[in-house]
Design a protein around this ligand. Structure first.
Ligand code: UD1
Length: 365
């Protein structure tokens, strides 16, 4: 690498901060990075605290777009990101994951002919009613370099005709999860904080639009929770709290004695709770995968998942919003024989930067 390049990382929602943290560290050894935060997540617990906890440099730009309909949010983000990109003229833009911030960043950069890398490319749920599915497809098709978390991503892209500059680099969130999960002092203090014993509780997260946007699904899930006697720790996303109140399920869920609802928690705490839980109950792609990394079986409260490798060997199972299936799977003992390293070895950030350095050298003017 002869010249230091200017690289714009475009982020906005909680899961992107987790992906940015390891990459930013590696990137800054070689290049100048500017961080553009769309402001999609604005609550302190959903964004600000993550910067501190994960030691991510403060964003150079906060575009403060906030919440709104998909059209509003995406449109505003593209307009505001474009202005920054025109001013900063980066050599490369990097987008992460599948949120509206990913889509907006990818489109704004592509329209300005700025080379774009997509981290966590090639994932598909094959259901276009899921907002993230549209974000995944469009971002992959406009990006120039695609970093897939597993071989499956590479195959999915090939089926759509994308075969050049596609790399299986392993999953970038494994870099961080691996490092955090071995901190035994942290582990002890978190179990103490919640008064929990190893494997004696469940860890739950839920925020996907499919669940929070439909009263029937949400009500089925609440009914399932009413019939599970195990302690469940449930850090609640603001969207979910809003939906439970809207559908008048707030009173019911708060009466469940075994359920401990807490505000959104930090990443280290989340990793430790996943590691020590007997099961996780979740609709979050991140938690589905982190459960697999940490060998905790997950009950998936969604109808599909892009992380199909995690269900193939019996670690994770899809329950949808079916009350009886959720209860049955949470109570069922699970002991899969096999655990494969399909998501790499936790050195994804280094691999990505090595590939990017070669790419940038080749394209250097
Ligand atoms: C977004 C991503 C999803 C990701 C999730 C992680 C999209 C389409 N979805 O979903 O893929 O898994 O982030 O959390 O981009 N809200 C707050 N405070 C905040 C953020 C959100 O109160 O800091 C509330 C608002 O009422 C908002 C709602 O949550 O309307 C939804 O937020 P939004 O950013 O649109 O989507 P998420 O559900 O967070």
């Amino acid at each position: 690498m002869k010249k230091m390049m200017k690289i714009a990382s475009i982020i906005g929602a909680r899961p992107q901060l987790i992906k940015l943290a390891p990459l930013s560290k590696e990137l800054r050894k070689y290049h100048k990075e500017i961080i553009i935060h769309t402001g999609q997540h604005y609550d302190k617990k959903m964004s600000g605290l993550f910067f501190k906890e994960l030691d991510i440099p403060q964003p150079d730009y906060n575009l403060e777009v906030g919440s709104g309909s998909h059209g509003y949010q995406t449109g505003e983000m593209i307009t505001r990101i474009e202005k920054v990109l025109i001013k900063e003229k980066p050599d490369l833009a990097i987008v992460y994951g599948d949120t509206n911030s990913t889509l907006s960043g990818a489109l704004a950069a592509a329209k300005l002919n700025i080379k774009t890398a997509h981290v966590e490319a090639g994932l598909r749920e094959f259901d276009k009613s899921i907002p993230e599915e549209i974000n995944k497809i469009v971002s992959d098709h406009t990006s120039d370099i695609l970093f897939c978390p597993s071989g499956l991503g590479v195959k999915n892209l090939a089926k759509e005709g994308i075969t050049t500059k596609v790399y299986n680099v392993g999953d970038i969130t494994l870099d961080l999860a691996k490092r955090i999960s071995t901190n035994t002092n942290l582990e002890k203090s978190i179990l103490k904080k919640y008064n929990l014993k190893k494997r004696d509780f469940c860890y739950m997260t839920m925020h996907r639009e499919k669940n929070t946007g439909q009263k029937k699904r949400l009500s089925n899930i609440v009914s399932a929770l009413e019939n599970i006697s195990k302690t469940i720790i449930f850090p609640m996303h603001p969207r979910t709290a809003k939906a439970l109140k809207k559908y008048k399920l707030w009173g019911r869920i708060n009466q469940i004695k075994s359920l401990k609802i807490v505000p959104p928690i930090g990443y280290q705490e989340s990793i430790m709770l996943i590691k020590n839980a007997g099961k996780t109950i979740t609709d979050s792609g991140g938690v589905i995968k982190e459960s697999y990394f940490l060998k905790t079986p997950a009950v998936i409260i969604d109808d599909t998942t892009e992380w199909t490798e995690t269900i193939e060997d019996g670690w994770n199972i899809i329950a949808g919003a079916d009350k009886n299936k959720i209860i049955k799977y949470v109570n069922k003992a699970v002991k899969p024989k096999r655990h494969r390293e399909v998501y790499g070895n936790g050195k994804s950030a280094q691999k990505i930067i090595r590939i990017l350095n070669n790419y940038l050298s080749e394209n250097q003017g």
